[in-house]
Design a protein around this ligand. Sequence first.
Ligand code: UDX
Length: 366
Amino acid sequence: MIAEIAQSNKIVVEKSTVPVRAAESIMHILRANQKPGIHYDILSNPEFLAEGTAINDLLNADRVLIGGEETPEGHQAVEKLSWIYEHWIPKQHILTTNTWSSELSKLAANAFLAQRISSINSLSAVCEATGADVSEVARAVGLDSRIGSKFLQASVGFGGSCFQKDILNLIYICENLNLPEVAAYWQQVIDMNDYQKRRFSQKIIESLFNTVSDKRIAILGFAFKKNTGDTRETAAITVCQTLLEEGAKLDIYDPKVEPEQIIDDLTHPTVTESPENVKKAVQIHSDPYSAVRATHALVICTEWDEFVDLDFKRIYQSMMKPAYIFDGRKILDHERLQQIGFHVQTIGKKYQRAGLLRSWGIVPQL
Ligand code: UDX
């Protein structure tokens, strides 16, 4: 389309990531359709915005990356795009590289971020088995300034449209370049994430006496993270899928995700072979208190701020007993929940059962 319309020389800026050398592919297509006398420069300018913080990420970007061809025209094109960003980004934060470096850096940044989450999630399993607390471990590790504290929040697993896709892109590139060891290394980041999602789902089933058949379970949060209605690759899908396969009835509440989206996700052919049964077993609520009523367990899948401030005494009273909470995001005050009477399970920390606390003299206050 660009080649058809262009009447003069153009700089084409490519911001997405695809599992080929994107800028090079665009260049080939443009040059194949090139009109005489018109010159194209292709730049790679990867996007680092995160959902929910996009405007801030754009205004206060840690860095801007511009990759271009190593020719005089390529350098000129890079300078032009750089000039636009210099209106609000300090020049020392604008990195100019060759095209390949720029495209690979984007994949590498997302792979590193996801790898940190898989690393801390792998340790969360060790914590649960040993009595260590993954939050304490993350804090101790993160205070090393060489490591840093960000992206060390253990969770039910990372989701979103980027991490998995970009790591799979990286793996695909490595396989094509005949680098199977490198491909296998990054594959582990995804495998660990799948393991974490499965492990959390299994923990729910085991805690509920190894069966959830016909038990009602409330799912609070369906988006892949807070402050977005996006459900792509959300860990909630795996949790719900596992519980549904085991015969549970789900009551789902998310403040931003549309009910149709939740049903679409859970009835997708990759998730179930019997969409009609799923529809019968799932109820979507517009209020968290109605979602938890008469359920056996409450599962937190997204770290929405509003979940922290819920009236948990009221919730406890309205649930079946024994009442379970599975906090997949580590956002709730677990000691207080135990005092109310809940059985609490979370990621990366093993809790004593409420009954044990009582025998130590802490009386649940209702
Ligand atoms: C990500 C990158 O951060 C961004 O730079 C890139 O441009 C697009 O991909 P996004 O997918 O919007 O952005 O979300 P992000 O905030 O990175 O979170 C991704 C997933 O990791 C979420 O499911 C989040 O809950 C999870 N996460 C994040 C953790 O489980 N633990 C953490 O410590 C951080």
